[in-house]
Design a protein around this ligand. Structure first.
Ligand SMILES: [Zn+2]
Length: 103
């Protein structure tokens, strides 16, 4: 996966990232070029996960319960759209600007 720093726009390789903090949706990584902290938009990541699980649950419900396809099909479609849109908008954000070396 090719990502670039949201601050200095240099390419980042996740395997070379040494600084990281936080866990789960609010985890952040540190750019090894400019030392800025980068993170993902927690709400968008949440939306993506919600969209994914809604689609899965709707598919399971539609599979096991007959006569629900008129509700299940649009639910799956909407969830997939939600997931797609939040995925496209999901990119690294600058969480904390690099701090100059303390004197
Ligand atoms: Zn950077």
């Amino acid at each position: 996966m090719a990502i670039s720093c949201a601050h200095c726009h240099k390419p980042l390789s996740l395997s070379k990232v040494t600084g990281s903090r936080g866990k789960g949706f609010s985890s952040q990584i540190q750019c090894y070029h400019c030392k800025a902290w980068l993170g993902r938009h927690a709400k968008l990541t949440m939306l993506k996960v919600i969209g994914f699980y809604t689609a899965v649950i709707a598919a399971v419900v539609g599979y096991f319960i007959e006569g629900t396809s008129n509700i299940v099909t649009p639910t799956i479609l909407l969830s997939l759209i939600l997931m797609g849109v939040s995925h496209m908008m999901d990119h690294l954000l600058v969480m904390e600007l690099p701090v100059d070396e303390e004197s």
